[in-house]
Design a protein around this ligand. Structure first.
Ligand code: 5GP
Ligand code: 5GP
Ligand code: 5GP
Length: 208
């Protein structure tokens, strides 16, 4: 139509470190496909506004349909495993992410494209390798937040948002990494706004 409305301004592509999800007080459950490999997993691809707010659950009529991602299923299990309890086959996590976040990007990506886009981003941004290249490894050691952030900037060209959580002994640790992506889902961009983080200056990178 003639009305140009902006559904969202950019995506956060969010990856989670399974070691930090699982060693919390709440713990985790492995998916039916078994213990995921020790790598960052996709949490989601989240449409966002430049002011830091975001839309959610934008289209109640667009339910998750796993038949649309049949060909992606083996990649999904590897790159987007679910770790919440009770352990499931991923479909619950993916359908939750589609309905909460994906439906807000339908002007850009249909369901299959949405998941494909996230998988492609995961392929392109190899956080574990990038960190390893900077001698930052999941060895239960503490690293400066600044060093982690700079390593990711060096490896991707862009400044990440880093989210921390606490393990069961209350150590602050690396939990999620946010990278910003343009509305097409293909190009990384500098974040218009970084998510608020609760990390200290030194954070643990736990084993998984
Ligand atoms: P938490 O409260 O654990 O940070 O976030 C809970 C949920 O809120 C996330 O899983 C995500 O669905 C949503 N959320 C949190 N922060 C953001 C954000 O900056 N952008 C978007 N789009 N969603 C967010
Ligand atoms: P969010 O609202 O943060 O986008 O999504 C989190 C929701 O997905 C929670 O309801 C959580 O129980 C579910 N979930 C399922 N598997 C996972 C997982 O591996 N990591 C996270 N963070 N949430 C998961
Ligand atoms: P949701 O209700 O969105 O599943 O989850 C609310 C919060 O609790 C999110 O920050 C999510 O990551 C966390 N959460 C939900 N289920 C689990 C779980 O099984 N293990 C852990 N460690 N966190 C969970």
């Amino acid at each position: 139509g003639l009305c140009l409305s902006r559904d969202f301004d950019f995506f956060y592509f969010v990856q989670q470190w399974p070691g930090a999800y699982c060693n919390t007080k709440q713990g985790c459950c492995y998916p039916k496909t078994g213990k995921p490999t020790a790598d960052f997993g996709i949490h989601g691809l989240w449409p966002n506004y430049k002011d830091g707010s975001w839309p959610s659950n934008c289209d109640p009529d667009s339910v998750f349909d796993k038949c649309q991602i049949t060909e992606l299923m083996s990649s999904m299990n590897k790159k987007w495993p679910t770790l919440s309890c009770p352990g499931s086959n991923g479909v619950r996590f993916w359908s939750y992410e589609w309905e909460k976040h994906g439906t807000c990007a339908e002007s850009e990506l249909d369901q299959r494209e949405y998941f494909e886009t996230a998988l492609n981003l995961k392929e392109k941004i190899n956080l574990l390798q990038i960190l390893k290249d900077a001698d930052i490894e999941p060895d239960d050691g503490f690293y400066s937040l600044d060093r982690i952030s700079k390593a990711i900037k060096k490896g991707t060209g862009f400044t990440p948002g880093i989210e921390c959580n606490k393990d069961s002994a209350h150590n602050i640790q690396l939990y999620q990494v946010y990278m910003c992506v343009d509305t097409s889902g293909t190009n990384l961009i500098e974040c218009p706004i970084l998510p608020r983080t609760q990390c200290g200056s030194d954070i643990q990178f736990p084993k998984f």
